[in-house]
Design a protein. Structure first.
Length: 229
């Protein structure tokens, strides 16, 4: 992305404004949704339980509600992930971010990962819902990241995503570049995890990310505006 052409409005439109903490309350979701509407974020990123509540808060806006599935470990069965995805969509989710079965990736069970990705993507696309696949790169070797991206290029979810933000590491420029180079224009890339300032955000966008998952949207926007004067 050419960040020199960004405005505050277009920058905000790539943010998945995030609150995924276990202790989140309605007060937290009220604040999250209010901020997302004020800045014009792409989405609020939440766990599946408060989807209906946030959908109601955002009903008069263009901000999407995104549900995190099998979050943050990915260690549930495919059947469970599909049921969770279907329930989130029925509750009003516009986008799904699901975590792959990382253990299966470490064992190089690529057929399983392709089936998981294909079936969840099909459920989403049947309902006109965006599907994002979270790799959790901090646990993967570079060739494992590449292999997952090659599977995504074949299956065509809407996005592949670097991280949950709950692992041992978050997004890196190196990983974003690797993911984007592998999928090309077939799939978009979302960077998430540890993106808390404009400098980091800018580097991720320039590396090929088209969505940014962050709980620091307002801080990043403020730094961007100060830089641009």
């Amino acid at each position: 992305m050419d960040t020199t052409k960004l405005t505050a409005k277009t920058l905000a439109s790539v943010f998945d404004h995030t609150f995924l903490k276990a202790y989140a309350t309605h007060e937290d979701f009220d604040k999250l949704c209010r901020e997302a509407k004020e800045i014009g974020a792409a989405m609020v990123a939440i766990n599946a339980s408060p989807v209906t509540y946030c959908k109601e808060q955002l009903k008069d806006s263009d901000v999407h509600v995104g549900a995190a599935i099998a979050f943050p470990l990915g260690q549930t069965t495919l059947e469970t992930k599909i049921l969770e995805t279907q329930k989130a969509i029925a509750d009003g989710a516009d986008e799904i971010d699901y975590v792959i079965n990382i253990g299966e990736a470490k064992m190089h069970h690529w057929d399983y990962l392709e089936r998981e990705m294909r079936e969840i993507t099909q459920v989403c696309h049947k309902h006109g819902i965006l599907c994002k696949v979270i790799f959790e790169n901090c646990y993967l070797e570079k060739e494992e990241i590449r292999k997952l991206a090659e599977i995504a290029k074949k299956v065509k979810p809407d996005y592949i995503k670097t991280s949950t933000g709950f692992g041992t590491g978050g997004a890196s420029v190196e990983d974003v570049k690797l993911m984007k180079e592998t999928v090309g224009d077939a799939v978009k890339v979302k960077a998430a995890g540890g993106i808390r300032d404009w400098a980091t955000c800018k580097a991720m966008l320039e590396a090929g990310a088209e969505r940014i998952g962050t709980s620091s949207s307002l801080k990043i926007l403020d730094e961007f505006k100060k830089e641009r004067g």
